[in-house]
Design a binder for this molecule. Structure first.
Ligand SMILES: C[S@@+](CC[C@H](N)C(=O)[O-])C[C@H]1O[C@@H](n2cnc3c(N)ncnc32)[C@H](O)[C@@H]1O
Length: 273
């Protein structure tokens, strides 16, 4: 079939996702849209392409199909059973970068590293050491590969464990934890991602609360986390009860998304944010 015929047929199969049909073809042929347009009468082997179209239609996200994801303008390896990086998490990263530029910390912990994106970019920018933990063995494999890819494997100590079992103290803890309510209905592509990376409990913020208590018991100076769009009020209350002052930040759609909390005994003469 010609490119033109292939695109038409795929777009009929993917009604409502016509752009995705083109994207899949670009990836399959390793060409861009302009090239497709200029070569629309060229014959191609359509069978492997239609297999990709069916995989996507059946709920397999692009990132799992092609085993790659982009975050912070960089490419990362990704595979099934590990959370796909989200653009929203760039807010958390940008806030901890800003914080660290003013207040460098020696002992840093990331809770729930997933594909490793946050610790890897942070370590790459500041050439600093980080401890990072996660309970998912596939995440450990993927994060180690990504750390190697970005040449920071000597800077990050990846631990396969529940954060609550970590004994050391830290100055800065950051996390994008699971925070979605257990009964939230996910779309078919998100349903294919690991549920224990997404769901935080009946209320959604149970793991966030445990992280805040953990951070207080570790006497951290700073704690920075991503959270759900409707959790600001409760998260603020938990932070206050645990002796943190907090700054909240919104995403591009104006949803509350990230907090940076500072232990109340920390006194600064200048504004941090
Ligand atoms: C929302 S994902 C974030 C992954 C990655 N940091 C990112 O931003 O793309 C949350 C991660 O926390 C991990 N996790 C869940 N419970 C945990 C726990 N008790 N201790 C450590 N990691 C945990 C999950 O396995 C998952 O990889």
């Amino acid at each position: 079939m010609t490119i033109k015929q292939v695109v038409k047929s795929a777009q009929q199969r993917l009604k409502g996702y016509e752009n995705e049909a083109i994207f899949l073809l670009c990836e399959y042929l390793q060409k861009n849209r302009t090239w497709l347009f200029l070569n629309e009468d060229l014959d191609i082997d359509e069978k492997p392409y239609f297999q990709l179209v069916n995989r996507f239609k059946n709920g397999e996200p692009f990132e799992y199909i092609f085993e790659k994801a982009t975050f912070w303008g960089l490419e990362f390896f990704i595979k099934k059973r590990v959370l796909i990086p989200r653009y929203d998490s760039e807010i958390l990263l940008s806030k901890i970068i800003k914080l660290y530029e003013k207040y460098p910390c020696k002992k840093i912990l990331e809770i729930g590293f997933g594909s490793g994106i946050l610790s890897i970019i942070f370590a790459k920018i500041f050439n600093c050491k980080i401890t990072a933990c996660d309970i998912n063995p596939t995440a450990l494999e993927v994060a180690k590969m990504n750390a190697k890819l970005h040449k920071v494997e000597h800077l990050i100590e990846f631990k396969l464990c529940n954060f609550e079992l970590i004994q050391e103290d830290f100055e800065l803890i950051f996390s994008n934890p699971p925070y979605i309510k257990n009964d939230y209905k996910l779309d078919i592509w998100v349903q294919n991602e690991p549920q224990d990376s997404l769901f935080g409990g009946e209320l959604g913020y149970e793991i966030l609360e445990k992280i805040i208590l953990f951070a207080r018991n570790k006497n951290v100076r700073f704690l920075a986390c991503e959270f759900g769009y409707d959790q600001k009020e409760i998260v603020h209350k938990i932070l206050c009860t645990n002796n943190f002052k907090s700054h909240f930040f919104k995403d591009e759609r104006n949803f509350d998304r990230v907090f940076v909390a500072i232990a109340k005994n920390e006194i600064f003469n200048e504004k941090i944010f």
